[in-house]
Write a protein of this length. Sequence first.
Length: 296
Amino acid sequence: MTNSPDSKILKNQLNTQKIRELIEKKVNDIKGYTPRVAVFGVTGVGKSSLCNALFGKDLAKVSDVAACTRSTQEFNISSNDSEPGLILIDVPGVGETIERDEEYFKLYSKLIPSLDLVIWVIKADDRAYAIAEKAYKEILKPNLDQCPVIFVINQVDKIEPILDESTGMGFWDVEKNQPKPEKELNINKKINEISKAFGVSTQYIQTASATRNYNIVETMEKIIEILPNGKKYSLYREASQNIKTEKMEEAAEKGLWDSIKDWAGDAWDTVKDIAVEVAKSTIKNFGKKVLEWFSR
């Protein structure tokens, strides 16, 4: 526990109603936070379709021939008009041309301090990411505590093998909407390849096919899991309604209240009972778990 200015104010406050107001204000600040999420990746990796699947909103269309922009494009999106929304930032990917890589490195360095999350989208059949590896290790990796990075291997349905010529059947189980074992083997090889190239644990690498709606829920669950406690709720809030799960909601709520506990610092024992009452009045589906969360 810390002895922050906020914890001193809470600890020295004898007015129960005032303590409650301070806690409620902090809760509302966290719930109303507008996160900034950057989507990295070269043209053609399916950034737009993936973002649409995750957040229910499209990014601007990108050309299949050349990058539409040499700078970032920002989009303010919201799950509904009454919510604060999030800022989604389409970032050009390195490796398209040698001439632009130096320019993009400077762009990344300038952008990273303002971000809450990076979703780095890699096309399943892409193997040329030496420059992207350099950008990650030099610019993004030193800032992971403030801005986590999740890698998403998109379009995994296009990983070989595609078609069994002897039977004419595909290697995607349409009924179960998942790769068959032969394809799954190569998908796992791709995960390990990315892990080794970027020096990142496989727990930060997700596979997906936005067009098939494959692993979209799991990708959002992982995003919420890796975010700092105070940022989980705002990402869950803006997730597409079609993919929200109880697991996401619980992680978001628990992250919020763990953040409140950290914010209270040394004053936690003083304000805990009031915080529990505030939590009980605001958490819809996990009231029985509130005391369990706070007792840890």
